[in-house]
Design a protein around this ligand. Structure first.
Ligand SMILES: N[C@@H](CCC(=O)N[C@@H](CS)C(=O)NCC(=O)O)C(=O)O
Length: 325
C-alpha cells in the first residue's frame, strides 16, 4: 500500500501535500460541475442517471451517503462502495463485507473512473465521486457541493421531504460549514498528517479550541445552527463519529476524548440514532482504513481493539424540544 496520485493520467506513488513547515495542505478537487434543477445546467436531476462512488471509511464521502439516505434518494442515485484498505493503486473495488462493486463502469480501481472522465487527469484519486452515466463523466468530487446538490437540486426525486438548507438559515449554514472546515473537519488531518511538532501543535490546539467553542454553543441549542438539523450538522457529524476511535489515537488529537464533552457527545449520539444516519455508519471500515492504509502514521498497521463506545446510549438532547421559542 502507498498513497499515490495521477500525473497527466499516469499513476505515481509520490504523495506530498505538506509545506516546508511540515503542515498538511489539501489540494483542491478538480471536478466541479453542478447538477441543477433550473434547466440551465447540462446536468439535470434525473432518476437513475447518476452514480455515487464512496468509501464508508471516509468522512467526506460519508457526508454524501448520509444526505442520500436522509433525502430518500437511494432509489434515484445508485452507489458503489470501495474496499476500506487503499491498494497500491489507490481505492479498489472488492467483495469485502460492506463493499459494493462497481456495477456501472465495472472498474477494478477507482482511478479508472477518473481516467474515463479525463485521460490526462492530474490529482488525487479521492472519494466521493458523482458519476454521470449519460455523459460518461465525473460531475463533481467535492463532498460539500455534492451534499448541496442532493439537498437542493434533487428535491423532485427525493422521497423524503426533509430540507437541510432552509432559506432562513442559509447564510448561517454556509458560515458554519466554513467555520468548522479548517479547525475541525480538516483539523484532525492537519494534526495527524503533520510532520513537524510545530505544525501538529498548531493544528491540535486550534482543533480543541473550536471543539470547546461548539460545546458551549450546543449548551444552548440542539443543533449547530439552531433548533433544526442542517447540512452543517452532517458535516460535523462525520468527523465527530470517527473522533475517539481514530483521531484521538491515530491522529494524536488527544487533549480530550469526544465522550469527555457532555454536549458534543450527546449531540453525536442524537445524530447517530437517526435511523437514516445510523445505516450509513461502519466503524469497522473506518478503523481498518485509517490504521491499515496510512502506514506513514502507523507503520505496523495494528488496528486497536478499542475504545468501547456506546452510540446507542440514551442522549439528552430532547431537552431542547420543550423549550419555549
Ligand atoms: N475535498 C474532498 C476530499 C476527499 C478526500 O480527501 N477523500 C479521501 C478519503 S477520506 C481520499 O479519497 N483519499 C485518497 C487519496 O488521497 O489517495 C471532499 O470533501 O470531497
Amino acid at each position: 500500500m502507498a498513497l499515490g496520485r495521477m500525473i497527466e493520467g499516469k499513476w505515481t506513488t509520490e504523495w506530498n501535500e505538506r509545506d516546508q513547515g511540515g503542515a498538511f495542505n489539501r489540494t483542491p478537487t478538480m471536478f466541479r460541475d453542478q447538477v441543477t434543477a433550473d434547466g440551465f445546467s447540462e446536468f439535470k436531476p434525473e432518476a437513475g442517471r447518476y452514480h455515487l462512488y464512496v468509501a464508508l471509511a471516509c468522512p467526506w464521502a460519508h457526508r454524501t451517503l448520509i444526505m442520500r439516505s436522509l433525502k430518500g434518494l437511494t432509489e434515484a442515485i445508485g452507489v458503489s462502495i470501495v474496499d476500506p484498505i487503499l491498494s497500491d493503486k489507490g481505492w479498489m473495488f472488492s467483495d469485502e463485507a460492506g463493499a459494493i462493486p462497481d456495477s456501472v463502469n465495472h472498474a477494478q480501481y477507482l482511478q479508472e473512473i477518473y481516467l474515463k472522465a479525463d485521460p490526462k487527469y492530474t490529482g488525487r484519486i479521492t472519494v466521493p465521486v458523482l458519476w454521470d452515466k449519460q455523459k460518461q463523466t465525473i460531475v463533481n468530487n467535492e463532498s460539500r457541493e455534492i451534499i448541496r446538490m442532493f439537498d437542493v437540486e434533487f428535491t423532485e426525486l427525493a422521497t423524503k421531504k426533509i430540507d437541510l438548507y432552509p432559506r432562513e438559515l442559509q447564510q448561517k449554514i454556509d458560515e458554519t460549514i466554513d467555520a468548522i472546515y479548517t479547525p475541525i473537519n480538516n483539523g484532525v488531518y492537519r494534526s495527524g498528517f503533520a510532520t513537524s511538532q510545530e505544525a501538529y501543535e498548531k493544528a491540535v490546539t486550534e482543533l480543541f479550541e473550536n471543539l470547546d467553542r461548539w460545546e458551549t454553543v450546543l449548551d444552548q441549542q440542539r443543533y449547530l445552527c439552531g433548533d433544526q438539523m442542517t447540512e452543517a450538522d452532517i458535516c460535523m457529524f462525520t468527523t465527530l463519529y470517527r473522533f475517539d476511535s481514530v483521531y484521538h489515537g491515530h491522529f494524536k488529537c488527544n487533549l480530550r476524548r469526544l465522550v469527555d464533552y457532555s454536549n458534543l457527545w450527546n449531540y453525536l449520539k442524537d445524530l447517530y440514532q437517526h435511523p437514516d444516519i445510523k445505516v450509513t455508519c461502519n466503524l469497522d471500515h473506518i478503523k481498518r482504513h485509517y490504521y491499515i492504509s496510512q502506514t506513514q502514521v502507523n507503520p505496523n498497521q495494528i488496528v486497536p481493539k478499542g475504545p468501547i463506545i456506546d452510540f446507542e446510549e440514551q442522549h439528552n438532547r430532547d431537552r431542547f424540544a420543550i423549550r419555549p421559542k
